[in-house]
Design a protein around this ligand. Structure first.
Ligand code: MG
Length: 406
């Protein structure tokens, strides 16, 4: 028996024992604010473990394999997809959470779910869909992730969605406009009152940045869109690149790049643990509620934050605005906008399963004014398009617009 198990009082249910090591400021599954639909507690796992398992078994999670962030899925087999990105986020977030005695199961669930609502073709797809939805409440991928886990997955007999715990849903909803927050009740409250989410949610958020900044450097180099020469202006890069070369003078190419990136990731993770640890010591929150009322506590040190910001600016300028990325983004926009317009012009083009869902209105569709009916129709189309993988969107576009295609 480990030390931790020794401290657990005899007769404690196994699910409570899973959390006996957690700090008082951690989110405890046993104290969750619960699910939207009441369920029998799980027998052999905590409520957050159950959330993670439901996410892994969802359809939207499998689709992440064929969705991209910067590069389109068919551009190369070795680039990150949203699935591998989400796994990297979970790895980083768990390392941080474990060191701070926070709830690893919750950070894992949030990390694996955080991108479920992303459209095909990364940010270009999302911007295009947002533009299409401008008169119908817009499109935010965070809200879409929430829509996936709250309504769109159709797996369970008793409810739509995955019926996740409040704390998992709270972590998924990273940003939200005030207007949308007002519609979300308890979940939207913190965007109106300026309160913080759990530390686990804060960690998943920073882990997301650590993951993409680093894998975008890796994929950027692999694609040839950025060069080692350009990267030498980034302090985080050249510090670790020089150190890697000093330690291993004989390595080069991919091995040297990886040796550099792993050092950067490690530096960022260790800094995040230490700086957050200092914040926790200073503020000493005694509960999750105290965390919610405190300022954001999960943060890098000032020095490393400045270095990470420099890397981010570099990527923005040299990779995300690279003309080849812009060309792909432009194509993506045309596909998403074209699909949206075609379905709006004639909703009968939607697959029968989507037509059956009908325009979903809060009120009865018959009583609703036509603008509300249009918005419901538009939202249904946005759900359909957002759910598409890159290649499905391209195929669907061909099916609708290319005469020679079946
Ligand atoms: Mg992400």
């Amino acid at each position: 028996m480990s030390d931790i198990e020794d401290q657990v009082p005899q007769g404690t249910p196994p699910t409570l024992a899973f959390e006996a090591h957690l700090a008082p400021y951690a989110a405890h599954a046993s104290q969750s604010r619960g699910r939207r639909f009441a369920e029998t507690p799980p027998a052999a796992r905590t409520e957050f473990q159950r959330d993670r398992d439901r996410i892994v078994h969802s359809t939207a999670f499998r689709r992440l394999e064929y969705k991209t962030q910067v590069f389109v899925n068919h551009e190369g087999d070795l680039f990150r997809t949203r699935l591998t990105h989400s796994l990297e986020v979970a790895q980083i977030a768990r390392s941080v959470a474990r060191n701070l005695r926070l709830n690893e199961d919750l950070v894992e669930a949030i990390s694996l779910a955080h991108d479920l609502g992303h459209t095909p073709f990364g940010h270009a797809g999302q911007d295009a869909l947002h533009e299409c939805m401008r008169d119908h409440g817009g499109f935010e991928h965070n809200l879409q992730s929430l829509a996936v886990v709250d309504q769109l997955e159709e797996h369970y007999g008793a409810f739509n969605g995955l019926n996740l715990c409040f704390e998992t849903r709270e972590g998924i909803l990273k940003h939200c406009s005030r207007e949308n927050a007002r519609k979300l009740g308890e979940l939207g409250e913190r965007f109106l009152t300026g309160k913080q989410p759990s530390l686990e949610a804060q960690i998943a958020n920073v882990a997301d940045e650590i993951a993409y900044n680093n894998h975008d450097v890796d994929d950027g180099l692999r694609s040839g869109l950025i060069t080692l020469d350009q990267l030498s202006e980034v302090s985080l890069w050249h510090t670790h690149y020089d150190a890697a070369r000093a330690d291993y003078p004989d390595i080069e190419g991919r091995r040297l790049i990886h040796e550099t990136i792993r050092r950067i990731i490690n530096t960022l993770i260790v800094d995040l643990i230490e700086a957050t640890g200092r914040n926790l010591e200073r503020v000493a929150p005694q509960s999750l509620d105290a965390v919610r009322n405190a300022p954001p506590l999960v943060a890098h040190s000032d020095e490393v934050a400045a270095q990470a910001a420099q890397l981010k600016r570099f990527l923005f300028k040299n990779l995300y605005r690279h003309y080849r990325v812009m060309r792909m983004a432009n194509k993506a926009k045309r596909v998403v906008t074209g699909l949206f317009e075609a379905f709006t012009d004639d909703p009968r083009l939607l697959p029968p399963a989507y037509q059956a869902r009908g325009p979903v209105t809060e009120e009865s569709a018959n009583d609703a004014p036509s603008s509300s009916h249009d918005s419901s129709q538009a939202r249904l189309i946005a759900h359909y398009i957002a759910g598409m993988t890159d290649r499905y969107a391209l195929k669907e576009y061909q099916r609708l617009f290319v005469i020679d295609n079946n």
